[in-house]
Structures are given as structure tokens and as C-alpha cells.
Write a new protein. Structure first.
Lengths: 222, 300
């Protein structure tokens, strides 16, 4: 047994949605912001493409069982035709077979840290415009459901999508309890001040605002 | 999503997925992951799963731990294997974390201390007479691990010396990760102890007392800085319940540290480096008796 088989953050996320598909004849598309790279996951071939490359030659008709949007929602796609998260979701929906799975992680537009980062990166409000409708976990869920998906779940990524340790329920009744357990367990990840800041924010119900990323998955309606 | 896992939990009778629930998913660098399932925010079930390893040995440890410590261990629910998916479940317990702030409250700190003493009394009662082979087996396991280790010159003599007399002490299955981060207080005042996956992995008398003291020292320093701690854990009554005394704990300090480092061998590099440094530098970090006792809140 490999002692640390999922050292890479991306692999930890993939194991949630790709391992159940491995070993079967499933088609998976991964759309990324950066350049494409060949990918084979436990024998499962994954079409890994940059958004720009995919849009230059998109598939015709729904032919994928799963589409994973790797940190592209709300970010520049280098395409004139696609500028918003909603447009990318619709593209993913078009590529998915009925019942297929959409998976994505994106910037949490309501997190103060992320708002500052978006303003700096895009030199103004354009970054926020791209995320319109996906700023919060609740709006993200509603937007995805409105795009023809069901069973949508949206989580806060702790501490961040590059090195995820936990996906925390965004359900308003559960978030606080789950955050308390999570920061307790992940205490070695934080500095002393970072831990106490998190603990305080969680106690007053603001744990979600600390999280820079959201993770979502949903199923395309049949 | 994770449909197979949730369906298996339902079919096993572990968790009724027909009713509304919430979940959080915990991703580890290791081969298994887990979920906390809750209803309206109240934790209900802890579900661990893996497509890469068989969780049955770990599940059996959780089961045995609950049988030995029904007051302190989360209730064990079950284990199942479906094709390459191995799962185990326990009931999730609602709790307040035991943190540095706990020790600032006389009421809370007294409660935790009393519950810990009760835990070690129960542990002492669970000593298995005639199980000296388990103690020797643990020492042998450590010896094999440290033969090619950078600490070999320090470890092997200590382990060999301990083998001569360690079997005179009561053989008690150790939790293996008895640290502050694995403790919680329930609303009814009972202590809950988590993470039993290493339960019985090492039968080193006093190991849990050592890890408790080590993590307590690390945590109380958050509150008090580098001043010597007024509180001492483990207390003498905890040691006595395990058939130990302060002098014996001192004598076993290096063996305990080596055992703890061994159990953490699959964890990230930070904790390994921390323990490695601790052993190499031979630091005691508030061992068996207090060196300073300031007046005020932090009691005896």
C-alpha cells in the first residue's frame, strides 16, 4: 500500500469523482485554465484540455459522463465567446450525457480575501462580473440548478483547492458544526493566530467567509 | 455523488439516506477518506471509506475500543466490503473540543482531568494478564523498524534494555494517539476519545500517558508561553492506574517517544520532524512533576 498516495491536492479531489468511474467505459472531460496534459487515472482516460482549446474544437452533442471544471469558473478563459461562469456551466451541460456529473471548484466570491484577490488580478470589477451568480455557495447552487442540473451540492474547500483537506457542507444548519470539527482536526495546518482566527469566525457563524474556494458537483437532469 | 457509498450505508442499516441530511467530506493524503453525516447540524454518523485498502483491521480496532471503553469511545456501527470499496462506520458524537482554553476554566479542567483518570482506570482494568508476548512483540516491532533508522544508535540500546523488565508491568492495549486533539467533552460532561485506528497496535505500558503529557505540554504552552506548566498531565493517579510511577515514566521516556514516532510514520513530515527533534535533543518538556506552580486558576 502506498503510504501517501494522494500527496497532490488535485488527486484528492479526483478520487472522489473519478475512482467510482474507473474500470468502466466512461468518458471524462477536464477543462482547465492552463495547458492540456495527457491524463490517465487508474486506467480511465481523461480528456484534459484548456478551455480555449476545447472551445476551438468543441464536441458535438452530449458525449461525456463527467465534466470537471478545474478552477476555470470566474477566471479569464481567453475566449471571446465565453466570459462568465454561467456560460461555462452551459458549455459543460452541453457536453454531458443525461445523468452525467458536473464537478467544479471555483473562487468563493463572497470571501473578503478572494474579493481582494479578484480585484487585484483583474484590475477592477471584471473578475467579480465573471462570477456573477456564483459568489456564494447558495447562489452557486441555485445557478447550477437553474442550468438543468439536480442533486447539486456546494461545499467550502478547507483550506484551499490547491491542497484540500476537507469539503465542508455549506448547508446553513450544518456549516458551523462541521467547521468546528474540521479546524480541530486540521489544527497542525494553521499557525497559532490562524487557528484562533478561524475558531473565532466559526463560533460567530462566519467560517464560510474564510474559505477562498468552493467545490460543487451536480447531476444533469435526465 | 458518492452514491455507492451512501447506498451501502443505507443498505447496511447504518444511515437512513431517505431523510434530509448534510455531510462534510474529509480528504487525506492517505488511502482512505471519511465523511461526517449530520441532520440539521447534529452529527450522526462517521463514515470512513477506501478503494485502496481494506478497512476491516481498523474497524475491528474501533469495535474492540468501544467494547473496552463504552463510556469514552464513539459507538461502533459496522464494517462492510463491496468489491473494492471498504467502509466502516461509527456514531458521530457531538462535543466541545478540549483546547488550551479548557484549562483556563477550573470547572472544565477539573472535569477533563477526572474523566481522564476514569479512562486510565478503565484501561488499567482491561490489562490482559499473561499478555507479555504482546509487549515483547511491540518491542520487537520497534526494533525492526529502527534497525536501519537514523536513530538506530539511540533506539536499539533503549529498546533492548526495556525488554529486560517491561514485561513486569501490566500489559495494557494502548490507544496509540492519546493527544489533546483527539479529546472532546460531551454536553453531559463525559470525555470522548477519537481516532482509535492505532488501538492495540503497540502494547507499551505508559505510551498513552506519554502522548497525553507531550500534547498537553504543547498545548498549554499556547496559553502560558514558555513558562513551566502548573498543571501536570498525566497525574499520578493516572500513572498508578496503569501500574506506573513517575520514576518508571522517566525511565521509559525514550521508548515511549520512539513508539510514538513509529506510530506517526505514515503522517506528514512536520510531526515526524518534531518528534525526531524531540528525541534527538532529549528534551523532557514537563515530564512527571511540575517545576513551577503559580498561584491562581490552574489548581493542583
Amino acid at each position: 500500500m502506498s503510504q501517501l498516495p494522494f500527496a497532490l491536492g488535485e488527486d484528492r479531489l479526483r478520487t472522489l469523482y473519478l475512482l467510482p468511474l474507473a474500470g468502466n467505459e466512461h468518458a471524462v472531460l477536464e477543462l482547465r485554465a492552463d495547458a492540456a496534459r495527457p491524463l490517465r487515472w487508474n486506467g480511465l482516460p481523461v480528456d484534459s484540455l484548456s478551455v480555449a482549446d476545447y472551445l476551438a474544437k468543441p464536441v458535438v452533442g452530449p458525449c461525456y459522463d463527467a465534466v470537471f471544471l478545474v478552477g476555470v469558473l470566474g477566471r479569464p478563459t481567453h475566449s471571446a465567446s465565453v466570459g462568465t461562469a454561467q456560460q461555462l456551466i452551459e458549455i459543460a451541460s452541453g457536453a454531458l450525457r443525461p445523468g452525467g456529473m458536473l464537478v467544479a471548484h471555483l473562487d468563493h466570491g463572497a470571501a473578503p480575501k478572494q474579493i481582494w484577490h479578484l480585484l487585484k488580478r483583474d484590475r477592477g470589477l471584471r473578475g467579480l462580473h465573471r462570477l456573477r451568480g456564483f459568489e456564494t455557495a447558495a447562489r452557486c447552487t441555485a445557478s447550477v440548478n437553474a442550468s438543468g442540473f439536480q442533486d447539486t451540492e456546494c461545499y467550502y474547500v478547507e483550506p484551499h483547492a490547491d491542497d484540500p483537506a476537507a469539503l465542508i457542507s455549506s448547508h446553513p444548519k450544518a456549516a458551523k458544526t462541521h467547521f468546528v470539527r474540521t479546524i480541530r482536526r486540521n489544527r497542525p495546518l494553521y499557525s497559532r493566530s490562524g487557528y484562533w482566527t478561524r475558531a473565532l469566525c466559526v463560533q460567530v457563524g462566519l467560517g464560510g467567509l474564510l474559505q477562498p474556494h468552493l467545490f460543487l458537483w451536480a447531476r444533469k437532469r435526465c | 455523488m458518492l452514491t455507492v457509498i451512501m447506498e451501502a450505508a443505507r443498505q447496511n442499516g447504518w444511515f437512513d439516506t431517505a431523510l434530509p441530511y448534510e455531510r462534510s467530506i474529509y480528504l487525506s493524503r492517505g488511502a482512505s477518506m471519511w465523511m461526517i453525516l449530520s441532520r440539521e447540524g447534529r452529527p450522526d454518523t462517521f463514515l470512513k471509506f477506501s478503494h485502496l485498502v481494506d478497512l476491516q483491521p481498523e474497524a475491528l480496532r474501533f469495535r474492540d475500543a468501544y467494547a473496552a471503553f463504552p463510556r469514552h469511545a464513539p459507538p461502533f456501527v459496522g464494517h462492510s466490503q463491496r468489491k473494492d470499496l471498504s467502509m466502516m462506520a461509527t456514531r458521530a458524537v457531538d462535543f466541545t473540543a478540549v483546547t488550551a482554553a479548557t484549562w483556563l476554566s477550573r470547572q472544565d479542567s477539573t472535569r477533563v482531568r477526572e474523566e481522564l483518570e476514569r479512562f486510565f482506570i478503565e484501561a488499567g482494568d482491561s490489562a490482559v494478564s499473561g499478555a507479555t508476548d504482546k509487549v515483547l512483540g511491540s518491542l520487537q516491532e520497534l526494533r525492526l523498524h529502527y534497525e536501519q533508522h537514523s536513530l538506530a544508535s539511540l533506539a536499539l540500546p533503549a529498546l533492548d534494555a526495556a525488554a529486560a523488565w517491561l514485561t513486569d508491568l501490566p500489559p495494557i492495549a494502548q490507544h496509540g494517539d492519546m493527544v489533546m486533539n483527539n479529546l472532546g467533552l460531551r454536553a453531559d460532561g463525559r470525555l470522548v476519545v477519537f481516532d482509535w485506528e492505532d488501538y492495540g497496535a503497540l502494547w507499551l505500558p505508559g505510551l498513552d500517558l506519554f502522548t497525553l503529557g507531550y500534547s498537553f505540554d504543547e498545548q498549554i504552552r499556547v496559553v502560558m508561553g514558555d513558562r513551566s506548566c502548573a498543571w501536570t498531565l498525566p497525574t499520578r493517579s493516572m500513572q498508578a492506574a496503569s501500574g506506573l510511577d513517575p520514576a518508571t515514566m522517566e525511565r521509559l521516556w525514550l521508548v515511549h517517544a520512539l513508539g510514538f514516532l513509529y506510530l506517526k510514520r505514515n503522517y506528514g513530515p512536520d510531526i515526524q520532524a518534531q518528534l525526531h527533534r524531540l528525541i534527538s535533543e532529549g528534551k523532557a518538556q514537563c515530564r512527571s512533576k511540575p517545576t513551577h506552580r503559580p498561584a491562581g486558576r490552574l489548581g493542583r
